[in-house]
Design a protein around this ligand. Structure first.
Ligand SMILES: [Zn+2]
Length: 267
């Protein structure tokens, strides 16, 4: 591919929030300019790649918008696309035989949704991937991702490290689901979501929160009311605002600290 086309395609998806000014020379995108630092993508896993690796992967990505609750993959279905979020988050939800489900992990701008591909699997037998909130991601066909993993040792190392962080998060959520109260889990989940949204206010219906926590809606309504009465949050028309973060952290179980640690960029 000619260098100009290479650079133009890369330029199309760069997140304006993290991209350098538009006046930056296109040559910098391909790593050949005097500054020679290719533009960052906004996804920490991709941005942790050596520049020489990232410039070969970047043109293979396309930027896509994610709508809240957008279904990205279903259990047992072939994973056709992997997603590197740059904003928002993708929830991984375990689905049982009777159709009920519970949240097991979420993937944000620190990682990639499509880890089964890293392990050589074509699908996840029990996991659904669904966008947790509005956001954006850099998408790549799963087959292309597998080929990139084959030829790039730095990518394999970073994705492997991320897979471990995701496993840590999932294990913690299993313990949390089993051992901690709905109030604690609700507080933990709202803090994680605020971190993901990088905002103290975000859209969240009580139905979706109940689905994610794998509990009855009435339990979530009760927990949300208790948190609102304590002054920790305000809930209004499908939006939650954290009004006293310290108080909300005091209501959350210690899982919040563990999960927050697992969301830090891979290195
Ligand atoms: Zn917990």
């Amino acid at each position: 591919m000619p260098m100009e086309a290479h650079a133009a395609r890369a330029d199309a998806w760069v997140d304006p929030k993290v991209a350098p000014p538009a006046a930056a020379p296109l040559s910098a995108v391909a790593g050949t300019g005097p500054e020679s630092r290719p533009r960052l993508t906004g996804n920490a896993l991709l941005d942790a790649l050596p520049d020489s690796e990232r410039v070969s992967i970047v043109p293979l990505l396309r930027r896509v918008a994610l709508a809240a609750r957008q279904l990205l993959s279903e259990p047992g279905q072939a994973i056709e696309t992997v997603y590197f979020p740059v904003s928002g988050a993708i929830s991984l939800v375990a689905v049982t035989g009777d159709g009920s489900s519970v949240h097991v992990a979420s993937v944000g701008p620190e990682g990639v949704a499509g880890i089964p591909v890293f392990f050589g699997a074509s699908s996840a037998p029990n996991l659904r991937a669904v966008a947790q909130m509005p956001g954006a991601a850099l998408a790549m066909p799963a087959g292309q991702f597998a080929r990139c993993l084959d030829r790039s040792a730095p990518l394999r190392r970073l994705v492997g490290s991320y897979a471990h962080a995701l496993l840590t998060q999932a294990a913690q959520e299993v313990a949390c689901n089993r051992r901690h109260s709905v109030l604690e889990r609700c507080s933990c989940w709202l803090l994680v979501t605020a971190d993901r949204a990088r905002a103290q206010e975000f859209p969240m219906t009580q139905e979706f929160l109940a689905e994610l926590l794998g509990t009855r809606r009435a339990s979530v309504v009760s927990a949300a009311r208790a948190l609102q009465d304590a002054g920790s949050i305000r809930y209004r028309r499908g939006r939650i605002r954290i009004t006293d973060r310290a108080r909300l952290e005091a209501s959350a179980c210690g899982c919040y600290r563990v999960i927050r640690q697992s969301l830090l960029p891979a290195g």
